[in-house]
Design a protein around this ligand. Structure first.
Ligand code: G4P
Length: 527
């Protein structure tokens, strides 16, 4: 098959949500449709939530290097779909943010009872950075949720995106009868079913048709009114606006009951973008460029000390990846080849000979990679758009076993390279600060330092609010800022300067005092 045909076949996306909205359930239903799994429950064991650290460690150990569920490939209606898994636990949000750099679109799941939640807003902020196209699935329509119009208003307001309902719920909770497909003008009647995966739909070309009353009873009147309002209030679906991340089509359904999912999946394969061009420091690279290129967005280490291997996840961006062919590791200026790259089709991971743009492959790594690394063929460049995000919790690393200083340095270095947490180093002296999104990571680091590196560390809490990367055209002001705030300025993993702000108030005062300096909560930003 030609390169272009391979590219056109592929859709690479992630399902994202605030924990508990139904991401795992929806993932599982997608895999059932795609024939990648045969029974429900297969994805659940990948889930880390509501668990104590010990459980987390146990799960990680069992998972070991079997990362099959991190990327789930399946075929659906001649399309090759790569679904990238994102951790459900909020403490692992940064892992999710990074995964979003490797997808071409997302499906955002909202709980109809809870509406837009904190994690939903944060995830959308990340999507906006690259104008990632978003489809919204409003889930749990079998529960007494909020009014659909109110939910749509909230989506627009809190997520700063226009919405366009593609289907409309008929009743909600106890009175939920099904959904009306606004495009195809048919009714899909709800029937609670956790096993069935296909259903007949009933065409209603004219909502005034009395057939509707027979089908949904007194909810028919409400549906007619609602649809009139929808068509009056919302602009028609615009492909262009969707692809540029300005407009989110919205579907309603119930993941656990397998309802409303096929409709969304069918629409998804029609409208979701195929692999797109990507920005590099040398301009845009198109997927159909015949030279291979890709970047590392995730590193998964086996935490079993007897099997200290790591897998680096690479997103193919252009050309064709081939097994045993030399590619250039730009940061290390080194040619590398891979004799056992893996893909993650269905639930097994398997050896591959080639991969195409949109694909995610696993490369066995002996310490060559860190997140954001680029592999190329022919020409050198580095992909942009794989930023670090400001952590929310900061602690200083305190060596609690001076005899094991070397081991500690190595452990901290490798774990932060994997992206478990971020490392910041003081400009003077040797102080090291770790930044994370959640407390759980500190426990994970402590456990892994002990078990994998035979080192031990304590963490002293630090009172910082955000890490701010900063830029300015005013060199004089920049120099003065760095000099006067030197106690609060550290280096990140790439030796960029970062200002650690103690409180939102202090950050504001600093901004006021240094008006020519721009402060950013990510290491990359739109100018
Ligand atoms: P997450 O990955 O986003 O964290 O959510 P997950 O799919 O695990 O779903 C969270 C809970 O919501 C689960 O219940 C799940 O069964 C339930 N759920 C998902 N979709 C629907 C839906 O359409 N309607 C209703 N009523 N519930 C739904 P749980 O009790 O936490 O887990 P489980 O014991 O059911 O597996």
């Amino acid at each position: 098959m030609k390169l272009n045909e391979e590219i056109e076949k592929r859709k690479t996306f992630a399902i994202i949500s605030h924990p508990d909205a139904g991401k795992t359930t929806l993932t599982e239903k997608f895999l059932l449709f795609g024939g990648a799994i045969q029974t429900a429950g297969a994805v659940k064991n990948n889930k880390i939530k509501k668990t104590a650290t010990s459980d987390f460690m146990e799960i990680e150990k069992q998972r070991g290097i079997s990362v099959a569920t991190s990327v789930m490939g399946f075929e659906y209606k001649d399309k090759l779909i790569n679904l990238l898994d994102t951790p459900g636990h909020k403490d692992f949000a940064e892992d999710t943010f990074r995964t979003l750099t490797a997808v071409d679109s997302v499906i955002l799941v909202i709980d109809c009872v809870k509406g837009v939640e904190t994690q939903t807003e944060k995830l959308m902020e990340v999507c906006r950075m690259r104008d990632t196209p978003v489809i919204v699935f409003i889930n749990k329509m079998d529960l007494e949720g909020r009014d659909p119009f109110e939910l749509l208003d909230e989506l627009e307001e809190k997520l700063q995106i226009n919405v366009r309902p593609m289907s409309w719920p008929i009743g909600i909770g106890a009175t939920f009868k099904g959904v009306y497909n606004l495009n195809e003008k048919n009714v899909n009647l709800f029937e609670s079913s956790k096993t069935k995966i296909s259903k007949d739909v009933i065409s209603i070309n004219d909502l005034a048709d009395s057939k509707l009353d027979e089908l949904v009873g007194k909810e028919a009147k409400q549906l007619r009114e609602d649809v009139e309002l929808v068509e009056g209030v919302y602009d028609p679906f615009s492909m262009e606006d969707y692809l540029s991340g300005k407009l989110a089509p919205v579907f309603f359904g119930s993941a656990v009951n397998n309802f409303g999912i096929r409709e969304m999946l069918d629409e998804f394969i029609q409208i979701a973008p195929m692999p797109k061009g990507r920005e590099t420091d040398e301009g845009e690279v198109k997927p159909d460029d015949k030279n291979f290129s890709g970047f590392i967005f995730k590193i998964h280490a086996n935490i079993d000390p007897n099997h200290r291997d790591r897998i680096a996840f690479l997103r193919v961006c252009s050309g064709k990846f081939e097994r045993n062919k030399f590619f250039h590791h730009v940061r290390l200026d080194k040619n590398l080849r891979f004799n056992n790259p893996t893909s993650f089709m269905a639930k097994e991971k398997s050896l591959i000979d080639e991969a195409y743009p949109g694909d995610v492959i696993g490369l066995y790594d002996t310490g060559n990679f860190k997140i954001g690394d680029t592999l190329t063929e022919g020409k050198d460049f580095t992909f942009k758009g794989i930023p670090s995000f400001s952590p929310e919790i900061f602690k200083e690393v305190v060596n609690s076993d001076p005899m094991k200083t070397k081991q500690l340095e190595k452990g901290i270095h490798q774990l932060t390279e994997e992206g478990v947490a971020q490392l910041f180093t003081a400009r003077m002296g040797n102080k090291k600060y770790i930044g994370t999104v959640g407390e759980l990571q500190f426990e994970v680091i402590q456990y892994r330092l002990k078990h994998e590196y035979n080192a031990s560390a304590n963490f002293h809490p630090l009172n910082f609010y955000k890490a701010c990367w900063f830029t300015s055209k005013n060199k004089e002001m920049l120099d003065e800022f760095v000099r006067l705030k030197s106690n609060y300025i550290v280096y990140d993993k790439d030796q960029h300067l970062v200002f650690l702000a103690q409180t939102p108030g202090i950050l504001q005062i600093t901004k006021d005092n240094y008006p020519d300096i721009d402060f950013h909560f990510t290491s990359e930003f739109k100018n």
